[in-house]
Design a protein around this ligand. Structure first.
Ligand SMILES: Cc1ncc(COP(=O)(O)O)c(C=O)c1O
Length: 389
């Protein structure tokens, strides 16, 4: 038995997290949070920071420590050489997108979002007064989702100026190959467009897949990309408000200079401390979590066809997100509503991830295995009741 198996729903609920208290009568699998506690290295560093009174504005030494730790992590883990001077703290990945929309993409240009997509990517551009072009992923014969390059090309021809490229992908769980990313970069470059590369899930990639940072591929990708990442998904720190903006070309570095103070103001000092420790000393905890999640992913691949006939799922290559194709169940566009009401399991409706997600549901599987089993058992019982009606 793994020590994470012993974490109970009662303990999680009493911890007071959003995932476990928003729906007090149900199991929450709708928000990308994990249930494995805090890496002790990070907990110790945070306690020490609070004891030192480090709760004021961000000191330069902490900013530098984060930039260096983030750059080292990317070099050691993904082979991407980044100058720490090009790594900047920011409140979160969404703020990095807002900044990119305002300052690193052609004013008024459309935002191209491959769908299904992480839900806020279909809202934030609208709030910034920008039009969104949803470009559904294509599906290969084996069920793998791939970029529809022709449709992307048409979207850029139709005024698209910025591509939101999430890799590893939420909700599909794809980890795109170098070849796939290079093919996308040719389309982007042909239209003189830009890429917002969201790589927040990069530390969570399973055996068989390799994360390739998009901007690391070539001078071309470095030249048209703004990258955003954070330790906040892999080490479960999103409430501490710290992500990193990574610049990869001289023009963006120059453009960013007058924005730096304003852009980084949203990063929390304790979040910066925690992210730096995660990158610097969080390797063992991360490896344990990824190995455990790999077990959860394999359990889903085995149990979903058995327990939930009619639901299709492709094993994710990265992330802790399962994308369930529920279209054959005849539950309409909102299968998550059915499971919330009849199984007490709260998923995300796929349609919230764009039109292409209608009839799908998104399940966060970063939870102890007995709880994951319980979710599947409850969902299976709800489907049994439905077919008995
Ligand atoms: C792909 C992706 N991007 C961004 C975010 C949000 O990141 P942040 O809290 O830093 O805005 C999430 C959160 O789940 C995500 O899955």
């Amino acid at each position: 038995m793994h020590r994470f198996d012993a974490i109970t729903a009662e303990a999680l609920r009493s911890s007071g997290s959003m995932k476990w208290t928003t729906y007090p009568d149900a199991i929450g699998a709708f928000v990308a949070e994990s249930d494995f506690g805090v890496d002790p290295e990070i907990a110790v560093a945070l306690h020490a920071a609070v004891d030192r009174g480090l709760v004021g504005y961000l000191p330069p030494a902490e900013r530098t420590a984060l930039a260096e730790a983030c750059a080292d992590f990317h070099r050691l883990r993904f082979g991407w050489e980044i100058d720490p001077g090009d790594v900047h703290p920011i409140g979160d990945v969404i703020s990095a997108l807002e900044l990119t929309l305002a300052h690193f993409s052609a004013p008024g240009s459309k935002v191209v979002v491959p769908t299904p997509a992480y839900m806020p990517f279909l809202e934030v551009p609208l709030l910034a007064g920008r039009e969104i072009v949803e470009v559904p992923f294509a599906t290969e014969a084996d069920g793998r989702s791939v970029f529809d390059l022709e449709a992307l090309d048409a979207a850029f021809a139709d005024g698209g100026g910025l591509l939101v490229l999430t890799n590893p992908h939420n909700p599909l769980g794809r980890v795109f190959t170098r070849e796939e990313l290079s093919a996308v970069s040719e389309v982007v470059e042909r239209h003189g467009a830009r890429v917002f590369a969201d790589e927040i899930h990069a530390p969570m990639v399973y055996p068989g897949a390799v994360h390739v940072p998009y901007a690391s591929i070539s001078e071309v990708t470095a030249g048209h990309t703004v990258t955003a990442t954070s330790a906040s998904k892999a080490w479960n720190l999103p409430g501490l408000k710290c992500a990193q903006l990574i610049l990869s070309n001289a023009a963006d570095v120059k453009r960013f200079r007058p924005l730096k103070q304003e852009a980084t103001i949203g990063a929390g000092t304790l979040g910066v401390v925690a992210n730096a420790v995660a990158y610097r000393r969080g390797g063992p905890w991360l490896d344990e979590v990824v190995e455990y999640l790999d077990g959860n992913r394999r359990l889903l691949a085995e149990r979903v066809p058995e327990l939930l006939p009619g639901v299709r799922m492709r094993q994710p290559e990265g992330t802790y997100i399962a994308w369930l194709d529920c279209r054959e169940l005849g539950l309409g566009e909102h299968p998550a509503r059915f499971f919330r009401k009849n199984a007490g399991v709260v998923l995300t409706n796929g349609i919230d991830c764009g039109e292409a997600g209608a009839g799908f549901a998104r399940l966060i599987f970063a939870t102890p295995r007995p709880i994951l089993e319980e979710m599947l058992t409850r969902m299976a019982a709800a489907l049994d009741d439905l077919s008995a009606r």
